[in-house]
Design a protein around this ligand. Sequence first.
Ligand code: XBP
Ligand code: MG
Length: 253
Amino acid sequence: MLKALIFDVDGTLAETEDLHRQGFNRAFRALGLPWYWSPELYAELLKVMGGKERLLHYIERFHPEEAAGLKARMPEIHELKTRSYGELARSGGLSLRPGVRRLVEEARRQGVRLAVATTTSRPNIDLLLELNFTDGAQPFDVIAAGDEAAQKKPAPDIFALAVHRLGIDPSEAIAFEDSAAGIRSALAAGLPVLATRSRYTRTHRLDGAFSAVSDLGEPEAPHHHIQGVTWPDGVVTLDGLRDWHAGHLHGAA
Ligand code: XBP
Ligand code: MG
């Protein structure tokens, strides 16, 4: 039986990655670091999950000669980046991707539990939920985030933590992801994955996802199907997920 939906955050719940990129650039500027992450460079750097890990990768790859000194400044840089991200999100608004609110509300109405499993830092999720569930009742029963996982995606840790906190078996849930590393992480945790490609994962292979679509779709705005299982009228509904899951569980899918 389908007991829970587990969502990735960046690129899945909302198109946040370019705000992260802008947050990094604001922090570099404020700290007098002559660095600028273009969208093209950021797409490349996104192969490293985790902002702190991404920053370390950038320093070691592009500024190896200054790595020792710069590494000591990483906490300061990342803290300022997270603050900058928050300012950008508050000023520009951070809306949910198509179909996310609809599916979350369907799940709540029908008693299917909701969780988040993300590489991003906890303040970033709290802000996304504050900005989008203004009635204060954010819908997620479980939030597993950032440094709570010893190893970040594509390691399974963060999805395994969400499953553990839900108190269910992975076979009783479906994961939603936007990136190749995220799909690998969820699969490694024993979860079937539905992929909704995002702006920064246009070139990612979404192999392993049982279905890949442009987004979850809305009746008035059906999604574009990419690969795998298809959805009537271009909309991923809870009923459709339940039907797929029942067949999958009994090996018919
Ligand atoms: C995406 C990430 C995060 C963000 C930046 O996480 O890899 O690191 O890019 O956020 P997910 P932080 O897709 O798993 O939500 O700087 O807080 O890591
Ligand atoms: Mg993501």
